[in-house]
Design a binder for this molecule. Structure first.
Ligand code: PAD
Ligand code: ZN
Ligand code: ZN
Length: 375
């Protein structure tokens, strides 16, 4: 029996309060309105950005259904939707592409003006929520809210992918892989034969390493305080790994010594102000490029000596690896299907959706790279 046009009752992981576990609840998911799409979730990854909301370092209106790195199947569509239809395999886009705004029209722009990343908005773009739990509306999260058996997204925040793709793997193209890989190949534009330093060897940092390797870097130095992350980093392309806690001088000094004065490209993939500065400091004056990938704590600033930039370093950042999401996600899925890269090294754990709290504990304790929750 078709569920189109009807409210669907299903399970969701609701975050009622910061610093508390998720609560598996029965929620009501309203049908999609015009230009909206309802998706049956198949798999979702757990990304550190979700945990930033739980820990309170990234404030979001609560209660909320988090989750943004996922893949699923279209259940039904609202009026006027043309780019997807029921039955299509899709990836929700936390960094949407409306295609009409100034940024979307710019050849290099990828943070659409309709994105809620800069201005947290717990609704769809019409200003209302499709989720209700215990009679209360529940907030959406960055256009996606994938910790739910069904979600509703705006058409600008979903894209059709190859019908043959394995959703429990390509869900990582919805965030972690694409962010890291694009930060290397598109934001930094890593060059052949270069030396790179990657701070933070989680799912996103490992994807940065894959991008550096694909771009032909000859040295890729991984930096992490958890040495258990080193083996995997080497497996995906790091040529050496260092732990800042093994040295009695600042890590930027160690990296400068290792690289004859400074690396060509550095990446901060943790989300800390001190390591963002170290990453800038370790890159070569005159031409070194440092890229911020980690999400910093809300409303905090870095004191920085402008001489660092005056002498020619380039300091950049990027959301979703600089990629325009609707244009790039189907192409990256096609590249995955053509075996141009593997996602297997990133997937360390697979759990049923109901075990979401266990999945977050694995991330917090440094024991997982990516946990995939399956529905
Ligand atoms: P993760 O927690 O799996 O990896 C972070 C790694 O950093 C871990 O291996 C830690 O051991 C390591 N680490 C922690 N503190 C330090 C330190 N002081 N020095 C060295 N290493 C340290 O996270 P992730 O890979 O899922 O995400 C990494 C960051 O990227 C995080 O801030 C997340 O919010 C951000 C992100 N940004 C985007 C974007 O579009 N820019 C997208 C997705 C994730
Ligand atoms: Zn993410
Ligand atoms: Zn736009």
């Amino acid at each position: 029996m078709s569920t189109a046009g009807k409210v669907i009752k299903c399970k969701a992981a609701v975050l009622w309060e910061e610093k508390k576990p998720f609560s598996i609840e029965e929620v009501e998911v309203a049908p999609p309105k015009a230009h909206e799409v309802r998706i049956k979730m198949v798999a979702t990854g757990i990304c550190r950005s979700d945990d930033h909301v739980v820990s309170g370092s990234f404030h979001w209106p609560l209660p909320v259904i988090l989750g943004h790195e996922a893949a699923g199947i279209v259940e039904s569509v609202g009026e006027g939707v043309t780019s997807v239809k029921p039955g299509d395999k899709v990836i929700p886009l936390f960094n949407p592409q409306c295609g009409k705004c100034k940024v979307c029209k710019h050849p290099e722009g990828n943070v659409c003006l309709k994105s809620s990343l800069q201005q947290p908005q717990g609704t769809l773009i019409d200003g209302t929520s499709r989720f209700t739990c215990r009679g209360k509306p529940i907030n959406h999260f960055i256009h996606t809210s994938t910790f739910c058996q069904y979600t509703v997204v705006d058409e600008m925040a979903v894209v059709k992918i190859d019908a043959a793709s394995p959703l429990e793997k390509v869900c990582l193209i919805g965030c972690g892989f694409t962010t890291g890989y694009g930060s290397a190949v598109k934001v930094a534009k890593v060059t052949q034969g270069s030396t790179c330093a990657v701070f933070g060897l989680g799912g996103v940092g490992l994807s940065v390493i894959m991008g550096c390797k694909a771009a032909g870097a000859s040295r890729i130095i991984g930096v992490d305080i958890n040495k258990n992350k080193f083996a995997k980093a080497k497996e995906v392309g790091a040529t050496e790994c260092i732990n800042p806690q093994d040295y009695n001088k600042p890590i930027e000094e160690v990296l400068k010594e290792l690289s004859d004065g400074g690396v060509d490209f550095s990446f901060e993939v943790i989300g800390r102000l001190d390591t963002m500065l170290s990453a800038l400091l370790c890159c070569q004056n005159s031409y070194g490029v440092s890229v911020i990938v980690g999400v910093p704590p809300d409303s905090q600033n870095i004191p920085m000596n402008p001489m660092l930039l005056l002498t020619g370093r380039i300091w950049k950042g990027g959301i979703f690896g600089g990629f325009k999401s609707k244009d790039s996600v189907p192409k990256l899925v096609a590249d995955f299907m053509a075996k141009k890269f593997s996602l297997d090294p990133l997937i360390t754990n697979v759990l049923p959706f109901e075990k979401i709290n266990e999945g977050f504990e694995l991330l917090r304790s440094g024991k997982s790279i990516r946990t995939i929750l399956t529905f």
